[in-house]
Design a protein around this ligand. Structure first.
Ligand code: NAD
Length: 361
């Protein structure tokens, strides 16, 4: 299989690219614009593979996408490229509309034009796999406000969409476009909606890497509101394996929810990180003393939690990491990879790309 991965220089996309090159015989064409969130250093270990190719392109660029499909003739698309940070979507939604909605539309049209010209087995195996988030469902009741005996509900594949932020609204729009292209044009699409990911190579603006790095630098550890928002955490390598399982074995037209069965309050996540750092890099005071509380994010969803029963029963996927094993690996990874962190934070990786990658292209 030749798989066109969009956003393969991002956090989850790079885990998908590493997974495919290291664990399968498939080929990857990584199409990424290299925004602030894209970092080729995260896939430097596989970039010399003969089964890997990179094209720097914007998914909103129709001509570039047509050229990429014509040149590389992919058997599947795994679409991860997106603007992904909720706080940035609140301060500047325009890029989220452009990349997440217009970009997905442009990619769908390029894929449709390519797929409609295919014949025989190449046409039969083609898949367009759209990677989305559980945030499209809005939020769920919170245990602190749940006063009856019933089990707290989870997001399922038929939960109605009710996005709260510009980010989740833009992702919801893109999911609807993908479903419409499947239903109207017959483009063989599959959608996955996943809970919050964490793990190595995570850009340090998101909660877990931000807390690890701020703690080590002696900075404050900001908690939104009371820190009682609940997220269902999934280790990124479990997500990458789930996505590959779906693109290979998933049913056309289906949606699969992916989650880690790890519901945690944000405050408890931060406390766990502090306790791990107290053990691994002890200092005279506990890292917990660096915690500060800041004004809550506008429209902040209270609880997300995924029912991942469908992908488990239909495709046999389940996570391998618990939160306890995954967070320990993650904290250790950030302790061991100062150079990656320094390069990302300073922007120095861009010159690393020119030196290391520029030679090949
Ligand atoms: P990320 O922000 O780390 O990476 C996004 C990648 O897309 C970057 O490499 C960036 O350069 C690229 N990109 C952005 N705009 C582009 C454009 N116009 N053209 C081409 N490339 C572009 O994101 P992530 O956390 O890896 O998320 C990947 C996907 O998974 C997103 O679609 C996101 O909605 C979804 N998702 C993320 C999470 C999570 O917890 N991070 C959870 C569920 C689903």
């Amino acid at each position: 299989m030749k798989i066109l991965v969009t956003g393969g220089a991002g956090f989850i996309g790079s885990a998908v690219v590493r997974y495919i090159i290291n664990n399968t015989k498939d080929y990857v064409i990584n199409v990424d614009k290299l925004t602030y969130a894209g970092n080729l250093e995260s896939i430097s270990m596989i970039s010399d593979s003969e089964r890997y190719d990179f094209v720097q392109a914007d998914i909103c660029d129709k001509a570039a996408l047509e050229q990429i499909f014509a040149t590389h003739q992919p058997d599947a698309v795994m679409h991860l490229a997106a603007e992904s940070h909720v706080d940035r979507s609140i301060s500047g939604p325009a890029e989220f509309i452009e990349t997440n909605i217009v970009g997905t539309y442009t990619l769908l049209e390029a894929a449709r034009a390519y797929w409609s010209e295919l014949n025989g087995p190449k046409k039969d195996i083609f898949r367009f796999h759209h990677i989305s988030t559980d945030e499209v469902y809005g939020d769920l009741p919170h245990p602190d406000e749940w006063n009856n005996d019933e089990i707290l509900p989870l997001f399922t594949e038929i939960t109605p969409y009710a996005p709260s932020s510009p980010y989740s609204a833009s992702k919801a729009s893109s999911d609807h476009l993908v479903r419409a292209w499947q239903r109207t044009y017959g483009l063989p699409c599959i959608v996955t909606n996943c809970s919050n990911n964490y793990g190595p190579y995570h850009f340090p603006e998101k909660l877990i890497p931000l807390v690890i790095l701020n703690a080590l630098e002696g900075k404050s550890l900001p908690i939104y509101g009371k820190g009682d928002q609940i997220r269902d955490w999934l280790y990124v390598e479990d997500h990458a394996r789930a996505l590959y399982t779906v693109v290979i074995k998933g049913e056309i037209g289906e949606t699969y929810n992916i989650g880690g069965h790890n519901e945690k309050k944000n405050l408890n996540v931060v406390l766990t990180i502090c306790d791990l750092l107290d053990e691994l890099v002890p200092k005279d005071k506990s890292y917990r003393e660096q915690i500060t509380y800041v004004a809550d994010r506008p429209g902040h969803d209270r609880r997300y939690a995924i029912d991942a029963g469908k992908i488990n029963h239909a495709l046999g996927w389940k996570p391998l990491e618990t939160f306890e094993t995954g967070i320990r690996k993650t904290v250790q990874w950030y302790l061991d990879n100062h150079t990656w962190v320094d390069n990302v934070k300073s922007g120095a990786y861009k010159s690393w790309v020119e030196q290391n990658y520029g030679k090949r292209k």
